[in-house]
Write a protein that binds this ligand. Structure first.
Ligand code: C2E
Ligand code: MG
Ligand code: MG
Ligand code: MG
Length: 283
């Protein structure tokens, strides 16, 4: 009887597996088509100087417009990574974002660009050359580009990842650790990589003004970053008391819905220096 039950369980498991494999294959095919049919778009979220409210940079965030709706990156980046489609997709994002930010800078607006990297992208052949050519073709100076990495990227191929990123930094490109504080490797990452910036994960920022432990941890991260001479950016600022707490802790930059949501290129156009008053009123 036990055997019978066990056997049935295996069947159920196999049916699950089957559905999962089919779903993944479908998604892979959809992604491939999306790339060919230009269904991807970039939104930009402003990063501001918390003291002056000046926009210092925009972070490029990929969007997939599928059948009239936007699919969240969490739903397709994993499969894109598994199938390798992340490589051509990331190259498109890199070139497009460099071009758009270079155009904003051409109208005397000193903003930088932050880009999220994927592990597979970093270890792909000619990654460094691809970044260099995107800069050359767009005219964006290396110092205006910040590449964001998360510590999971050091899990495999750590040595190669560190080597590639160090080469890029040698060209004058900046490096940031995204989602800082969420994993055990954060501090090891700081030792291995020559980074310029840490971005405090929203899970800390969310507790400001509400949770003593999270507030203490945020304060500790801000101090650590400052002591190491790094730029510290707080992510996920949604409430005014969070902003106040961060300013008081000496955190100098921030990002979040309270400041500005991710927006299309036309939205960024309207933030150009002359139009900055809206942001200044919010912050
Ligand atoms: P991330 O790099 O940490 O980006 C911040 C995420 O938080 C974005 O989600 C942004 O829309 C969201 N966010 C910003 N402010 C707030 C806020 O005040 N409250 C809340 N609740 N959320 C806020 P998004 O665009 O869905 O991206 C999710 C993640 O997907 C990113 O996290 C990043 O890891 C990844 N990602 C996005 N675009 C790209 C890309 O072009 N390439 C790669 N490799 N990864 C990307
Ligand atoms: Mg990011
Ligand atoms: Mg983050
Ligand atoms: Mg994230």
């Amino acid at each position: 009887r036990a055997k019978e039950l066990g056997g049935r369980r295996v069947e159920v498991f196999a049916a699950h597996m089957h559905a999962d494999v089919v779903r993944r294959l479908e998604l892979a095919a959809d992604l491939q088509r999306a790339l060919l049919e230009n269904q991807f778009a970039i939104e930009y979220q402003p990063v501001v100087d918390l003291a002056t409210s000046r926009v210092t940079a925009v972070e490029a965030l990929v969007r997939w417009w599928k059948d009239g709706a936007s699919v969240p990156p969490e739903q397709f980046l994993g499969p894109a990574e598994d199938t390798g489609l992340i490589v051509p997709l990331s190259e498109w994002i890199l070139r497009e974002a460099c071009r758009e930010v270079a155009a904003w800078r051409a109208s005397s607006w000193e903003i930088g660009l932050s880009l999220n990297l994927s592990a597979r992208q970093i270890t792909a052949p000619r990654f460094v050359e691809t970044v260099e050519s995107a800069l050359t073709e767009s005219g964006l100076p290396p110092s205006a580009l910040t590449l964001e990495v998360i510590e999971e990227m050091l899990v495999e191929d750590a040595e190669e990842v560190v080597t590639r990123l160090s080469e890029l930094r040698g060209l004058g490109i900046r490096l940031a650790i995204d989602d800082f504080g969420t994993g055990y490797a954060s501090l090891a990452f700081l030792r291995q990589l020559p980074v310029d910036m840490i971005k405090i994960d929203p899970s800390f920022v969310s507790g400001l003004g509400r949770d003593e432990t999270l507030s203490l941890l945020t304060r500790t991260i801000v101090r650590l970053g400052r002591d190491l001479g790094l730029i510290v950016v707080a992510e996920g600022i949604e409430r005014p008391e969070q902003l106040e707490a961060l300013r008081e802790m000496g955190c100098t930059r921030g990002q979040g819905y309270l400041v500005a949501r991710p927006m299309g290129p036309r939205g960024v156009d309207s933030l150009m220096p002359a139009g900055l008053s809206t942001l200044q009123e919010t912050v």
